[in-house]
Write a protein that binds this ligand. Structure first.
Ligand code: GLU
Length: 511
């Protein structure tokens, strides 16, 4: 693909009809990456022409989500720009002349049909064996519109203030073709496209008209959007030709769907609740409290991991590398490596990405974040001590908050033991050995993990005890758990006195 860098302008054009689904964030991400990679501009346009579906707070949510992800637009409603306004409701007055142009060139027409008449048309068509009736190049000839009514009557109806919509006059039996950057050539017979309403009785354009006019006026070079918009693309292509803008038509790229984990259909907003993972970037509570969704941010995911995971739902770099930060994604991204088929969402992989990104963080960065979760930690423990705990348990953590749970034994002397594990692993007969081991370890002059390990191993040799017998008892006493970071490092960090008191406490409690 040859790209003229100066003219690359892409847009993310969400409708503020609710919280932004992760599919929408992925669309924004791919647009952002494409713009940054090619030295172009990334524009946010709010498509709010449908007043009935407008949800208050949705625009704010969209902007906050993009900011959290680091996908800052170059132009948009709160930023402004040369091609504003960037909310379609604020562009209302701009659309009328374009509709007029379509009417004048016989590409669109007025339609006066009432909802009852439209219902009747559908019933009649169904009765004559048409399974999905539409207002189209055939049915329009028997409806009440400016193609069937005398000109004077049309004028009279409009002047009398009668309600009307404006419909596109779709071609009869023509192939509409365009080359999609991801799917290749797409060709649709115009008989399969209905005469969509492009201008509503409330004086607002519909999505199709506003979308095309704004892409043209905002000099959009590439339309990168979800596959659900592919069926609309032939109509958009036709609108470009009606306006005589063929040479300015953007390149289309329709992204593959994000599928449910089992691959059966598109990931929907309800799947999160059903399957136990978030499908929204941030928490969302609707005004009436009916919709409450958890976000990735609040669940403890880092935006870097979230973005990395989303990038891989549809794209791959063609190498083995999977962990990328945003600037690495920018340099590697290309539409050529976006696949056609849907990608299955995988929550365990998402957690894996979070774990990988957590490992890339410095201990100091992690400390700064966990202080926000547990703000009195620094009052109880020194910074140096917490940094050592982080270093020790970091590898085992998926979320930053796991540092606190994985590191619990370092922050509290209240050791809780699982009865099941105790029954399986605590052997009272070996208590004398544990006492002997403890006193040997206690006497180590320099209480370092290396020295602890050496003495521990030599005790095993001289006593003939098996590692698998005594180590679980030691671990249980110290942390209450069987799994955990290196016991020798843990003991070094806790110090000999804590080691001794915990072991004696355990012996006492498990008598
Ligand atoms: N407003 C549409 C949406 O909500 C935008 C589709 C497009 O990008 O053309 O997704």
């Amino acid at each position: 693909m040859s790209i003229d860098n100066k003219s690359i302008r892409v847009r993310f054009a969400p409708s503020p009809t609710g919280p932004l689904h992760i599919g929408g964030v992925r669309t924004a991400l791919y647009n952002f990456l494409f713009a940054r990679k090619n030295g172009g501009k990334f524009i946010l346009r709010i498509e709010d022409t449908d007043k009935k579906r407008f949800v208050s707070g949705a625009e704010k949510y969209i902007i906050e989500s993009l900011n959290w992800c680091g996908l800052t637009p170059d132009e948009g409603p709160e930023i402004g720009g040369e091609y504003g306004p960037y909310r379609q409701s604020e562009r209302k007055s701009m659309y009328y002349s374009y509709v007029q142009q379509l009417i004048d060139s016989d590409c669109a027409y007025y339609a006066f049909d009432t909802p009852e008449e439209l219902d009747k048309m559908r019933e009649n068509m169904k009765a004559s064996g048409i399974p999905s009736p539409t207002y189209n190049s055939i049915s329009r000839s028997s409806m009440k519109n400016s193609l069937t009514l005398p000109k004077e009557e049309v004028v009279a109806r409009i002047e009398a203030g009668e309600k009307y919509v404006i419909r596109i006059k779709m071609l009869r039996n023509q192939e509409i073709k365009f080359e999609d950057e991801i799917r290749g050539w797409v060709s649709v017979n115009s008989n399969n496209i209905d005469d969509k309403v492009i201008f509503k009785s409330d004086g607002m354009p519909t999505y199709h008209l506003a979308n095309v006019v704004d892409d043209y006026l905002m000099k959009i070079s590439h339309v990168i959007r979800g596959e659900e918009w592919l069926p609309s693309a032939p109509l958009h292509v036709y609108l470009y030709s009606c306006f005589g803008w063929d040479s300015q038509m953007p390149t289309y790229a329709h992204l593959p769907l994000i599928l449910k984990p089992d691959g059966n259909g598109k990931l929907s907003k309800r799947d999160g609740d059903r399957l136990g993972f978030p499908v929204f970037p941030l928490d969302w509570i609707s005004d009436n409290n009916e919709d409450v969704f958890t976000g990735y941010r609040e669940k403890g995911f880092s935006s870097e991991a979230f973005i990395n995971m989303l990038a891989f739902l549809g794209w791959n770099p063609g190498t083995e590398q999977e962990v990328f930060n945003l600037s690495q994604l920018i340099s590697e991204f290309s539409l050529d490596r976006v696949g056609k088929s849907g990608s299955k969402y995988d929550y365990s992989k998402t957690k894996w990405f979070n774990q990988q990104h957590l490992r890339l963080k410095s201990n100091q960065e992690i400390l700064d974040s966990i202080i926000n979760i547990e703000n009195d930690l620094l009052q109880e423990f020194s910074k140096e001590y917490i940094l050592k705990v982080i270093a020790l348990v970091k590898e085992r953590a998926v979320f930053e908050s796991d540092i606190l749970s994985e590191g619990q034994a370092f922050f509290s002397d209240n050791i809780k033991m699982d009865e099941f594990i105790v029954n399986k692993k605590w052997n009272t007969e070996l208590v004398p050995n544990l006492i002997e081991l403890t006193s040997r370890l206690y006497e180590i002059p320099d209480f370092t993990h290396d020295n602890i390990e050496n003495i521990f191993k030599s005790y095993l040799l001289t006593s003939g005890l098996k590692l698998g017998k005594i180590m679980p008892m030691l671990r249980l006493s110290i942390t209450g758990n069987l799994a955990g970071p290196s016991m020798f490092h843990s003991l070094e960090l806790l110090g000999r006195d804590k080691m001794k008191s915990r072991i004696y406490n355990a012996i006492e409690n498990l008598k």
